[in-house]
Write a protein that binds this ligand. Structure first.
Ligand code: SME
Length: 164
């Protein structure tokens, strides 16, 4: 059985120790859903300030983002492109850090206790195809460190999570 082992204190150390272990977990598994499921589980169990972490994937026919594997409370199934933090990050094709979700116009509350959020785009061959969304029950939980490591993570696992 595979196990994530972390003995870190700082945020940087947590990411530094976790990411290589995630790469090992997904390395030999070709199924993108299995890999996404383990990635969100590994993130959620490592970071105490993550209240929700999950994937949204773009669906062309509806022009919406559709919920993928996640850890946390039940969430919105669909988000229109350009709406909420996820739809805005997707449209802008850039990572968004929101220190106070109440200050983000059009923020979509899936969880009433959500206070801050980071959304990282997933790009394949220059095309945006989805996002990784992370919520916290505390204000200002996410900073440049989360952005750097989550972007690195998504970049390095993208080949292992893209749906056919
Ligand atoms: N808050 C997000 C919606 C997704 S949930 O947080 C899981 C948004 O505004 O896009």
């Amino acid at each position: 059985m595979e196990e994530i082992k972390i003995v870190a204190e700082s945020k940087e150390e947590l990411y530094e120790q976790l990411l290589p272990q995630i790469y090992c977990v997904v390395a030999d598994e070709p199924n993108p859903i299995a890999n996404m499921a383990n990635i969100v589980a590994a993130l959620k169990q490592t970071f105490p300030y993550y209240s929700w972490v999950g994937f949204y994937w773009y669906e062309k026919k509806s022009n919406e983002l559709v919920l993928g594997p996640f850890q946390g409370k039940i969430a919105c199934t669909r988000i229109a492109v350009g709406k909420g933090v996820c739809g805005t990050a997707f449209q802008k094709k850039e990572t968004l850090i929101v220190p106070d979700v109440n200050q983000f116009p059009g923020h979509i509350f899936c969880d009433g206790d959500s206070k801050s959020e980071i959304v990282v785009p997933i790009v394949d061959n220059g095309n945006i195809i989805g996002v990784l969304d992370v919520d916290s029950h505390e204000y200002s939980s996410f900073n440049k460190t989360d952005k750097t490591y989550l972007e690195q993570l998504i970049h390095n696992v993208s080949g292992k999570i893209i749906l056919p």
